[in-house]
Each structure stands twice: as C-alpha cells, then as structure tokens.
Design a protein around this ligand. Structure first.
Ligand SMILES: [Fe+2]
Length: 126
C-alpha cells in the first residue's frame, strides 16, 4: 500500500505521518486515528472507531472535505464509509471481527489532499 509514492506530491500514493513528534498541520488534519481494543477474541465482534481531524479539525465544505474512510486488517478489507460534505462528519464506528492478528489500518481520501493512512494499530487476537 505504501510502495508507490512520490516525495513532495501528496496526490501520489498513500500519505503517512513522517515524524509523529512533529506533525505538520496537513498531517494533523488528514491522518485517520483508530480507537480499538488492544486485545480481542477470535471471531467475536467488537467496535472500532476511526476519526479524521482528531488532532486538528479538517474542513467540511462543498469544496474541501473527506470523501471516504476504509478500514483494513492487514490487507483484508473490513469496510468503507462515504461522506457528504457539510452533512456528515468523518468519524465512524464499525463492528468487526478478526480471525488473525494483523494490524488495523484506516485509510481516507480528501478531495484536495489525496489519500492518507493511519498508523497501523496493533491488535492481539486470542
Ligand atoms: Fe484536505
């Protein structure tokens, strides 16, 4: 997912935070933040929330908004939410189950600033 990027071109590939201790405003506005338990039972449903703009509010206007959020377990697609500017905010809750302990990864797309990935969220499946 991260292989094909172009330094300095946010419309190319998947953007990720470069330095967690020194995030840019662009990174703060676009990085999805996952909230999930650190440990879950194999095959049992649990809740995951994903929020874009947690560190710094992202605009939500007709001209500039978050178009969608997707959630993955490793490379396995878990779900997707799409948003209408002004009417819906880019914060979602999904109910999912896992069979394997691959990290959760959330990805979002801003109509002006491209695709951004969360940090992988480690999750133990027992
Ligand atoms: Fe944006």
């Amino acid at each position: 997912m991260y292989k094909y990027t172009c330094e300095g071109d946010i419309s190319c590939g998947v953007n990720i935070v470069k330095d967690k201790e020194n995030m840019t405003d662009l990174e703060k506005k676009h990085t999805p933040v996952i909230n999930a338990p650190g440990k879950v039972n194999k095959g049992e449903l649990f809740e995951v929330t994903v929020e874009v703009g947690k560190y710094m509010k992202h605009p939500n206007t007709m001209g500039h908004f978050i178009q969608w959020i997707e959630l993955y377990s490793g490379n396995t697609f878990l779900g997707r939410a799409e948003f209408t500017p002004e009417f819906s905010d880019p914060k979602i809750k999904m109910v999912v189950m896992l069979k394997h302990g691959h990290p959760l990864i959330a990805v979002e797309r801003c109509n002006l600033h491209g695709i951004w990935s969360s940090e992988p969220k480690s999750i133990k499946v027992v």
